[in-house]
Design a protein. Structure first.
Length: 256
């Protein structure tokens, strides 16, 4: 099982939140008030993060990860739920849905990392090649500025830098390696689309790493919709949380 936090109300409808690299249950602080009015919330900490940060992760065991999510839902007697992910959390959710489709109702992917192209793809490969030869601090600062370069991304960038330093460097490297799942996503995307789950992709129009491919994914997947938030970068659930919450809640209502 994964470590988690619960915000429960009388609703039998659950939303499961999955954060990205360097995040934790605290990633979703801007969502809790709005979403908990109508839904019970399960906030997961990925291995090596948050409440799990005392455990060093040298490699992400994908089978164990997805089964860990399932076991957590079983333990809490959650038969199925809506899933909302951010960044690498979107990859986790996509793979979990393919492995355990009966547990998933609706999928909302913020700052989707399901596919990476061009120079960004090369940067991940380069990071994996040089990770043991450059200072750890340099790598996470590089990623923060690389993915969130503009002045209006500053809040998200600082939050990322503040939280990622809590990770052990081996854990950080393990999740960078996991990100390479985004380099060859076609098989997962085909399987995900075949499940006929409703999928919403939310991105900022300044998400330079992923937006181009998110648009292509939305065109190819017959059950997907896309919403783009203006003047917003990769961490859209923090940078423009009001729009993110409004769009997501409206989509969940329509999905009922």
């Amino acid at each position: 099982m994964l470590k988690y936090e619960i915000i429960e109300n009388k609703s039998k409808e659950w939303i499961v939140f999955v954060h990205g690299i360097g995040g934790s249950t605290k990633t979703w602080s801007k969502q809790i008030e709005d979403f908990s009015k109508k839904y019970s919330l399960l906030l997961l900490d990925l291995p090596g993060h948050g409440l799990n940060s005392n455990k060093i992760i040298k490699k992400v065991d994908t089978k164990k990860l997805y089964k860990g999510i399932k076991d957590t839902l079983d333990y809490l007697n959650i038969k199925s739920a809506h899933f909302i992910g951010l960044s690498i959390g979107t990859i986790v959710i996509a793979n979990f849905a393919v492995q355990y489709p009966d547990y998933v109702k609706t999928i909302i992917l913020g700052g989707s990392a399901l596919k990476l192209s061009g120079i960004y793809k090369g940067s991940i490969i380069l990071a994996n090649l040089i990770k043991y030869y450059v200072p750890y601090k340099f790598l996470y600062q590089f990623f923060a500025w690389f993915m969130m370069p503009k002045e209006n991304h500053k809040k998200s960038r600082l939050i990322f830098l503040r939280e990622v330093v809590k990770l052990h460097k081996e854990t950080m490297f393990a999740w960078i390696e996991y990100l390479q799942f985004a380099l060859h996503p076609e098989n997962i995307l085909m399987k995900l689309d075949s499940l006929e789950k409703r999928i919403l992709l939310i991105s900022g129009d300044e998400d330079y790493c992923f937006l181009h491919d998110v648009k292509n994914i939305a065109k190819k997947m017959k059950n997907s919709d896309i919403k783009i938030i203006t003047k917003c970068g990769h961490i859209c659930s923090i940078e423009n949380w009001k729009s993110f919450n409004e769009i997501s809640l409206e989509y969940l209502e329509l999905a009922k």
